[in-house]
Write a protein that binds this ligand. Structure first.
Ligand code: AGP
Length: 615
């Protein structure tokens, strides 16, 4: 996720672009840049680090008028391809610096296009997927930027929102989007583009929402729209009523809710580029981008370590590896792992999971693993983080920045990565065959749309929360994958609603926890492991007999728990082994609504920090 802005009008562009980028910093903040068309042609300035660093760098240019010009584009980056650096910052240009491009999204076929463009003689400067778009547009440029962009779009796969300017065409900005957001603002003294409404509000509340593959051509005094074949479109403006703070959160009340709703897109981004296209039966997981080859699957054991929510993802990873790859897996909380003198072997493979890539205990665990000589795979959301730099292989979760302290989209995308690696291990170790792989891939590809369906049904959870939010005791229970989801569900609820919540493996109930169950307890039973439905049904009856209320989260097509549950929340059917990516969503929503109903701020829970960089 990155933020893009563009301005064309009668005022100085650079200050407008910088103010717009300030409003989009929540979308990415590891580097920033602008390109302004002015008297000396296209002037590009960029810098690694927060926007403040760019502002300091170009301060003198702004003061002495060196960046004067009334058309420009800007970008604030959340790195995906290539670590944060001056070179990898946007805008990117063609070789001669006459065409500048800012991009949000992921160009999935960038590697193939890069090879092809290099064969045509194009020289690359950065590691980004975006630079491919700049060269491609240049390749097709024959004096008409719009035609060149339309030709280039035919070659681009993946998701993108692009803002493009050309030195030879000082009267227009071209913008296009596919699966990444882009809004066009119709201002009085000029027109604008932005990834999100907050960057426009200072200038206008009249916006056009671009549809997938629609193109906007912004002039100083008009805006034209086209479809991908160049046919003119007529579009209507929408009036934005949100205040600036609400707009930053995309109209959601909190970042947490926004991030819960971003999960379908984040899951798609994390999955799609990693499954090869083509005939269903011949499809494979492509982990070459992370340098994964068959030697990895010869490991003696997989050791997973992480903290908090990332550790819960690791617990699910263990079950997934055992299920698909039949390999021994140890999973540890990093703060325990680092101090308990674990027995490790150079033949072990370590998977270290961290959204931030900066958690102190997790990094210490990785460094301990490093000493044994075993190889390390990092799963992280932050390109260039310490974890990413020190691991042997990195698999990024392409979730975009997670601002809310309570982790949601990072968790489900971590799961997506773990499933892909587990399946790849399974294939290489021949514990699953091509047919089982194909079935799993088909199921994985449905997950984003199924997550969307769970979210579409959120009102039911909201209503249920409005009846239960004052309960001070909440238990979550499940078996196998559902047990791990219970751990994550209990953590979510406790960290943002301050409800005392615990998770149990349902089979453990009788070994102690049931002593706490009474009429004031809400028990959520997560029931997606079909072979154990009868066991779960008995556990639910046991807690109900002690006066507890029971919410069941289960498949939409089963009536197994109709008689026992007080309330049922249903999720679309997938493989039992893949259920966590869907079954956790109702718990995220429940925690969110309990927090809000208790008058708390779910984005900033007391005593907690987003990234725990000290012990
Ligand atoms: C999750 O909601 C938490 N806030 C917390 O447990 C978090 O997952 C943990 O601190 C690990 O962070 P990391 O993924 O950045 O390493």
């Amino acid at each position: 996720m990155c933020g893009i802005v563009g301005y064309i009008g009668s005022e100085e562009a650079a200050p407008i672009l910088l103010r717009g980028l300030q409003k989009l910093e929540y979308r990415g903040y590891d580097s920033a840049g602008i390109a302004v068309w002015g008297k000396t042609g296209l002037m590009v300035r960029k810098s690694k680090g927060a926007l403040k660093q760019l502002e300091e760098k170009i301060g003198p240019d702004l003061r002495d008028g060196a960046l004067a010009g009334t058309m420009g584009i800007g970008h604030t980056r959340w790195a995906t391809h290539g670590e944060p650096s001056d070179i990898n910052s946007h805008p990117h240009t063609d070789v001669s610096g006459k065409i500048a491009v800012v991009h949000n999204g992921i160009i999935e076929n960038h590697a193939r296009l890069r090879t092809w463009l290099k064969e045509q003689g194009f020289k690359f400067r950065s590691d980004t997927d975006t630079e491919v778009a700049a060269h491609l547009i240049d390749f097709y440029y024959k004096g008409d930027l719009l035609q060149a962009v339309m030709a280039a779009l035919k070659k681009l796969e993946g998701s993108y929102a692009l803002g493009i300017i050309c030195e030879a065409e000082p009267d227009r900005i071209i913008a296009v989007r596919k699966e990444s957001p882009l809004v066009v603002g119709a201002g009085r003294g000029g027109n604008l583009i932005a990834s999100d409404v907050p960057a426009l509000l200072e200038h206008t509340r009249e916006v056009y929402y671009l549809g997938d593959r629609e193109i906007a051509v912004l002039y100083r005094n008009r805006i034209d729209f086209y479809n991908e074949d160049g046919e003119a479109l007529s579009k209507k403006t929408s009036h934005v009523d949100w205040d600036a703070a609400a707009a930053e959160k995309g109209g959601y009340e909190h970042f947490m809710l926004k991030e819960i709703y971003e999960q379908p897109k984040a899951l798609t981004d994390t999955l799609r580029a990693r499954i090869s296209a083509g005939e269903q039966a011949a499809r494979i997981i492509n982990l070459e981008e992370i340098g994964f080859d068959s030697s990895w699957a010869a490991a003696r054991r997989v050791v997973i370590t992480a903290c908090g929510t990332a550790w819960h993802a690791g617990v699910i990873g263990k079950y997934a590896f055992e299920h698909f790859a039949r390999i021994p897996v140890a999973v540890d909380v990093a703060s325990e792992f680092r101090y308990r003198n674990p027995i490790l072997d150079p033949q072990d493979i370590f998977i270290i999971i961290s959204q931030s890539g900066e958690t102190a205990d997790t990094l210490a665990a990785m460094r301990l693993a490093r000493k044994t000589g075993g190889r390390i795979i990092a799963i992280t959301n932050v390109v260039g983080s310490t974890l990413a730099r020190e691991a042997d292989l990195v698999m990024y979760t392409w979730a975009g920045p997670e601002i809310a302290v309570a982790s949601t989209k990072a968790f489900t995308t971590q799961l997506m990565c773990l499933y892909l690696i587990a399946l790849q291990f399974g294939l290489l170790r021949k514990t699953i065959g091509p047919e089982e792989l194909a079935a799993a891939l088909r199921a994985l590809e449905k997950i984003p749309a199924q997550a969307e369906a769970v979210l579409a049904n959120q009102e039911k959870i909201q209503r249920f929360a409005s009846l239960q939010f004052n309960k001070n005791k909440a238990f979550f229970m499940g078996r196998l994958f559902d047990y791990a989801v219970s751990l994550e569900s209990a953590l979510k609820l406790k960290e943002i609603s301050y409800t005392h919540s615990e998770a149990f493996a349902a089979g453990e109930l009788k070994h102690g926890p049931i002593a706490l169950v009474d009429g004031s307890t809400l028990v959520t039973a997560i029931c997606t492991q079909e072979a154990l439905f009868d066991k779960m049904d008995s556990n639910i009856k046991e807690v109900k007999a002690r006066g507890a209320g029971a919410l069941v989260i289960t498949w939409e097509d089963t009536d197994y728990f109709n008689e026992t549950a007080d309330e049922i929340f249903r999720i679309p059917r997938t493989l039992d082994s893949l259920s966590p990516m869907l079954s956790v969503i109702p718990s995220q929503l429940y925690a969110y609504y309990c927090s809000v109903l208790r008058g708390l701020d779910p984005d900033k829970p007391r005593n907690l920090a987003k990234s725990v960089t000290v012990e």
